[in-house]
Design a protein around this ligand. Structure first.
Ligand SMILES: [Zn+2]
Length: 242
């Protein structure tokens, strides 16, 4: 089940410019050519009276002609697709993610499609995430263009019960570690930084060498939170500012 919304951002309009119309026509022409070729081949194979090597046989010639028409239709379709890709006409772009999220929108360029895809990916239901996740989005245009990028989604910071909100700090009595750098621990090529809210006792863990387990990519930044009361702030000495 994807975390991503599947409703459409922009209604897929029926607006079709000349380049898109040509592309659609070329698509239909190719489908027809393939159908014709199949029929021509079947007719040639069904004629058992003809010698297999009779290249002058009308059904053989028709088969060859139909195959050539398919080739020509494929070339025409590729050309029409390139024209559409270079145009600024509305056309379909489909977004998808690894967890099965998918949506199709209309946009007039890949750049616009990327903006829409980024919005779409960020609007997912991520309430359940406990630490940073990376959502990979792939885009495939009707015009044959493709793109891919990754959106970083951080978990929401928990609410603080103090009216002034969290006060994230790193007193050694709470977060441990070295006196000169409390709460900081080496992790791969980076560090893990633990901080505590001195008001509600919530915890925050930042990792500057996080890994996206889906892709194996390292050296990313992630954040995770622990709920209020995780740290016993009442144990702090009175010299710590509350
Ligand atoms: Zn707090």
């Amino acid at each position: 089940m994807s975390a991503l919304p599947t409703s459409s951002h922009t209604s897929v309009s029926s607006s079709t410019g000349p380049a898109r119309a040509s592309y659609k026509a070329a698509e239909a022409a190719l489908a027809q050519a393939r159908k014709d070729a199949k029929a021509a081949r079947a007719a040639w194979l069904a004629d058992e009276s003809a010698a297999g090597d009779d290249e002058a046989h009308p059904l053989y010639v028709a088969d060859e002609t139909a195959l050539a028409a398919v080739d020509a239709a494929e070339v025409a379709l590729a050309a029409a697709r390139d024209v559409l890709a270079d145009s600024d006409e509305p056309r379909a772009f489909t977004f998808c993610t690894d967890d099965g999220g998918e949506m199709t929108v209309e946009a007039t360029s890949m750049g616009d499609a990327i903006d829409l895809a980024a919005d779409w990916a960020c609007e997912g239901d991520y309430d359940a995430i406990e630490s940073t996740i990376w959502v990979r989005v792939r885009i495939a245009g009707e015009d044959g263009t493709e793109s891919a990028f990754t959106v970083t989604i951080n978990p929401d910071e928990p609410e603080c019960d103090h009216e002034n909100g969290h006060d994230w700090q790193n007193p050694i009595a709470l977060v441990g570690g070295l006196r000169e750098n409390p709460g900081v621990y080496g992790h791969g090529g980076g560090v893990i930084i633990n901080t505590a809210c001195l008001r509600c006792g919530a915890g925050r863990t930042e990792d500057t060498w996080a890994q996206d387990r889906a892709t194996g990519r390292q050296g990313l930044e992630s954040v995770a939170y622990e709920p209020a009361g995780t740290y016993d702030v009442s144990a702090l000495s009175s010299e710590v500012e509350r």
